[in-house]
Design a protein around this ligand. Structure first.
Ligand SMILES: Cc1cc2nc3c(=O)[nH]c(=O)nc-3n(C[C@H](O)[C@H](O)[C@H](O)COP(=O)(O)OP(=O)(O)OC[C@H]3O[C@@H](n4cnc5c(N)ncnc54)[C@H](O)[C@@H]3O)c2cc1C
Length: 479
């Protein structure tokens, strides 16, 4: 047993993702007073942040991709401070040739109408969302999910538009709806709780800023600030048991044991759900309200697939190809759920978001390569404006299945319809305390991205939650 024999307090953090590391960094300021261990199940730090570099030197993100909002974002500020990223670039100009929208072949209309529909639909969506988030939409209270709200608003808008533009508008709105699903990690917007969606705080600045040197550099910079022996890899925690002295004994699968006054749990929501189903994991078990509170939090199944085209992409200036299906296409085939491919920097690598019904098709495919070839065939068939001659290099394909990895069991979180974040998060965050005040007490804290009420599902949620809980622990220890 790694026991702290001195008057030092002991803290064990479960998980070395961005939250666990940020919490450890905060607590490492008190190394004289606190014995600190971060126990990580896998053989790497970073959790759902994982950058890899291809043989041809391109940095790809298997997990988190963007820093969402560069103004007031602590992850962005930290990355700037550490020299990992430069000044925030301007956001993509939606009317520049960097973005190309392909329209469904079923849509018979002119290029001018497509252009007009694109401008109108994107402006309408932006205004609709701004008004919703700022609480200016009086009708919003009549809806409990994002999908029905969108549909009602968009139908009213379409009915006021010239008849010859309506079909093109529908195609653009379909693309925007799938994009919103991929951002939120849900399969349909009807799954998203509207009130919780409104509470999410979108930070200003560039909304999709990419750290080109690799997101993992943020993780490395955090880890560099910790003493060498703080993070212990391949230490999968399997039991957290309160002992007679009101301290926790934290037991790992590899046999290592740690004693702690405070345990901080930073695992993903699905890992937490499975832990709570195991009666032996926490002894005594956690209050059942916590298990109940987790029911309405879901973890996305969204998959990112990176691939390379055999030859340089013919549209050299384009970084983002968007696909606008008709409603019919979306219903008839899962391939109607293809909504974008995005170039990685100025390389020949691209990324496909797999979302909605397309995920089922991916699961049923013999291989990622077969799936990608089917996707490309469908894109070419459905969207005549897409360069028809391009071919995928099937030797250069990369993906990561977060949902099948037992240490994550999914991607990023969202609150299902009926799941009110302002009710759920306080229940999760309430510390579990054993022992009477004034005597030896031990406590358990649930942390991680899901415990941040405004930023849930992002890296800055994990980062901020870790710092917040580190500060709370210092206060508890009176240091
Ligand atoms: C595909 C994908 C794309 C994303 N895109 C973005 C994006 O563009 N922008 C953004 O801001 N966010 C994005 N996110 C979300 C973001 O990555 C997460 O919200 C954030 O990294 C979560 O950090 P965390 O520390 O709370 O949890 P995690 O990173 O999940 O860390 C928890 C750690 O606990 C470990 N663990 C699990 N079980 C145990 C155990 N029993 N014992 C010990 N350790 C254990 C895990 O191995 C893991 O390292 C994305 C996520 C995914 C998967």
């Amino acid at each position: 047993m790694e026991n702290c024999t001195s008057a030092k307090k002991s803290v064990v953090i479960i998980g070395a993702g961005i939250c666990g590391l940020a919490c450890a960094r905060e607590l490492s300021k008190f190394e004289e007073t606190i014995d600190l261990s971060v126990l990580e199940a896998s053989d790497r730090i970073g959790g759902r942040i994982r950058s890899v570099v291809t043989q041809d030197g391109v940095s790809l993100e298997l997990g988190a991709h963007y820093i969402h909002g560069t103004v007031g974002n602590p992850v962005f500020d930290f990355a700037v401070e550490k020299g990992i990223v430069g000044e925030a670039e301007d956001p993509l100009d939606w009317n520049s040739p960097q973005i190309f929208r392909c329209f469904d072949k079923e849509l018979e209309t002119s290029a001018q109408i497509k252009q007009k529909a694109t401008e109108k639909a994107t402006t309408f969506r932006e205004t609709m969302m701004e008004r919703l988030v700022e609480g200016q939409d009086a009708e919003a209270k009549h809806f409990n999910n994002v999908g029905e709200f969108w549909e009602s608003k968009i139908n009213t808008f379409k009915s006021s538009q010239p008849i010859e533009e309506v079909n093109a508008l529908e195609c653009v709105f379909n693309n925007l709806a799938i994009e919103e699903c991929s951002y939120n990690g849900c399969e349909r917007l009807e799954q998203l709780d509207l009130q919780t969606f409104v509470v999410y705080d979108e930070l200003p600045g560039n909304r999709s800023f990419k750290p080109v040197t690799g997101y993992s550099k943020v993780i490395e910079a955090l880890n560099d600030e910790l003493e060498n022996d703080v993070v212990k890899l391949q230490h999968r925690v399997c039991n957290v048991v309160k002992n007679m002295r009101n301290r926790y004994e934290v037991v790992c699968e590899n046999g290592a044991r740690f004693e702690a006054d405070i345990v901080v749990v930073t695992v993903s929501v699905n890992v937490l759900k499975s832990i709570l189903q195991n009666e032996n994991f926490f002894k005594p078990p956690l209050p059942v309200q916590k298990t109940k509170a987790l029911e309405k939090i879901k973890l996305s199944n969204v998959v990112k697939i990176y691939f390379k085209f055999k030859d340089p992409f013919p549209k050299k200036e384009t970084n983002l190809m968007l696909f606008c299906p008709t409603g019919g296409t979306m219903r008839e085939s899962a391939f109607g759920w293809i909504h974008e491919i995005e170039r990685i920097g100025d390389s020949n690598w691209w990324m496909l978001w797999v979302v909605g019904e397309l995920i089922e098709t991916l699961k049923k495919s013999d291989s990622i390569q077969t799936f990608l070839l089917d996707v490309l065939r469908n894109i070419k068939n459905q969207y005549p404006e897409f360069p028809q001659q391009v071919k995928i290099d099937t030797n250069n394909v990369l993906t990561y299945d977060w949902a099948s990895d037992p240490y994550y069991q999914g991607g990023y979180s969202y609150f299902e319809t009926g799941g009110r974040i302002e009710e759920i998060v306080p229940i999760l965050r309430k510390h579990v305390i054993h022992g009477d005040e004034g005597q030896n007490q031990c406590r358990l804290i649930i942390s991680g991205e899901i415990t941040h009420q405004q930023f849930y599902s992002t890296t800055h949620a994990g980062f901020t939650a870790g710092i917040r809980d580190g500060k709370e622990i210092a206060k508890i220890f009176n240091i």
